[in-house]
Write a protein that binds this ligand. Structure first.
Ligand SMILES: Nc1ncnc2c1ncn2[C@@H]1O[C@H](COP(=O)(O)OP(=O)(O)OP(=O)(O)O)[C@@H](O)[C@H]1O
Ligand SMILES: [Mg+2]
Length: 232
């Protein structure tokens, strides 16, 4: 089982939107997927109540209960747990970071988000966890060029030392419309630009969570096993 935590100390960056969209992608990829709503606002649960079709399960959870929850999930053959966190760097969020295989740090291209993200990065790196920035609600290109605020944000994120997802998400009404209906944008309109960028983000995230096995190159463990066998 893999665990994906979606984080940012700032409110409204898009944690729940991204967590749910990736959970839907995982579900359609055939993974048994469970979203744990760690935010007392319970937005993920609200989304699940609106949803009329099959999809990832959503449960409410507390940071302190994550350990037994993970054990139960593993026993129930859950493949992916998505932890939707509250906008804070509190004990609950620390627990989410602790149990995550990958922490998505959601950031909008603006000064206040960048200021707030520093503490989240510290939380992730101090616990030796893997982090990936996702740029969300990015304004559209102007005259074929990325707006200055995006270029500045990317430069600022690079300084923080964690990788940046190769696909950022633009500000698109399609995300809001889909979520209101308990759907993900890739379900509401599979040919939309929102669907395209979300599918691309999911491919990167799933590669990070389940790295492809390198064929033809023996791993260190395999080399050690061969050494042991030949020594015997
Ligand atoms: N890429 C996007 N384009 C347009 N709207 C977006 C996008 N991402 C999120 N939103 C909208 O921004 C608002 C906040 O999103 P969301 O609730 O996912 O953020 P959040 O980080 O989970 O917020 P909170 O910190 O309150 O939990 C919602 O109205 C959502 O529909
Ligand atoms: Mg939220």
């Amino acid at each position: 089982m893999r665990t994906l935590a979606v984080l940012s100390r700032k409110g409204g960056t898009g944690k729940t939107t991204i967590g749910l969209h990736l959970a839907v992608s995982a579900f359609h990829a055939g993974h048994r997927t469970l979203v744990c709503d760690l935010d007392p606002q319970r937005s993920a649960l609200d989304w699940r109540r609106e949803r009329q079709i099959a999809g990832p399960d959503v449960i409410e959870a507390k940071g302190g209960a994550l350990f037994p929850l993970r054990q139960n999930a593993e026993r129930s053959s859950v493949d992916l747990m998505v932890l939707d966190t509250r906008p804070a760097s509190d004990a609950d969020t620390s627990e989410a970071v602790r149990w995550a295989d990958l922490c998505l740090i959601v950031v909008r291209p603006c000064f206040f988000d960048l200021k707030a993200i520093v503490r989240t990065v510290e939380q992730v790196t101090n616990m030796n966890q893997r982090g990936l920035f996702v740029l969300n609600q990015a304004p559209a290109r102007r005259n074929g060029e990325e707006p200055r605020q995006i270029r500045d944000t990317v430069m600022a994120l690079e300084e923080l030392g964690l990788p940046i997802a190769s696909t950022g998400l633009r500000y698109r009404a399609a995300y809001q419309t889909a979520v209101r209906q308990g759907l993900a944008a890739q379900e509401a309109d599979p040919d939309s630009l929102a669907a395209f960028e979300m599918n691309t983000l999911w491919r990167q995230v799933s590669r990070e969570l389940w790295p492809p096995v390198q064929k033809g190159r023996p791993t260190e463990a395999a080399k050690a096993a061969v050494r042991e066998l030949t020594a015997a």
